[in-house]
Design a protein around this ligand. Sequence first.
Ligand code: AN7
Length: 323
Amino acid sequence: VTTPLIERFRDRLPVGPETPIVSLGEGSTPLLPAPRLSERLGLELWLKWEPANPSGSYKDRGMTLAVSKAVEAGASAVICASTGNTAASAAAYAARAGIGAVVLQPEGAVASGKVAQSRIHGARVLQVRGSFDDALSAARALADRGTHALVNSLNPHRIEGQKTAVFEIVDELGALPHAFVLPYGGGGNTVSYARGLAELGGRARLVSAQAADRRRTVATAIRIAAPAHREAVESLDAEVATVTDAQILEAWAELARLEGLFCEPSSAAGLAALALDPPRGKQVVATITGHGLKDPDTAARIAPDAVLVDPDPDAIAAAAGAA
Ligand code: AN7
């Protein structure tokens, strides 16, 4: 039985004995070695595999706390704007809690798996004519009216919950790594990691990788023009790296081919940054934030096509190639 994240880290989270725990078995995700990428980059790479969370992304770490605290405060519904993963997570935890969820998504810019998740959990899914940034402004304004609890990463409980990834990593490695690398969309997770590090009282490099073209990147999860946590990220000791879509997609495909791990494109932004400037010989932890199945369409566009054959061994042997 997976211990709920709030139980595992109760003494380091803002919960009391009366806080109801809304859990789907989040956290305690695998820390996987990456032998081939390590060799290629000349360092010791570990991957924090956050797709193992129940909704398939790291968002669940913050959402278990945000929804538990919303229920504790008497909320009957949550609201968020999202590029897809926050929405899927909010929809899942709201369903578990038996409360409503309204999710605002930029029209036509959310990967299909994420939309399917939000819909099947019974969230009210609204496609906003505009960008993620427009949707977030609207969500904040509506939440200010007091009818819905905002569960975007502006909700401080989201940041608190997400810092637990750092605790798990350091527990498993037995010490701080040289560096943490992760994608940078709105910046909430970067702020969370910095907080986790500060609470451990240690120092490590924190490298956050953003898309060069924030407004149009293929990595739709991080297609955010105006990061909500930009000022906070700039005030931290984090290093912001910038990667192109070509670099993101190359790192993404390499992870799939060399290590057998399928993530969504955004999740490979940190690996793309690492490839640009690998700290030789050092121990590095890259956080892989979301599952590849969330965005099957990008994989289908880029990966080799399936080949149609007759059910005939000769035809299949001829078509099988070197594999
Ligand atoms: C897979 O769901 O912003 O820098 O609305 O889904 O903490 O924003 C998602 C962001 C990285 C960026 N990887 O993290 C949303 C949303 C994945 C993501 C990020 C997101 P932050």
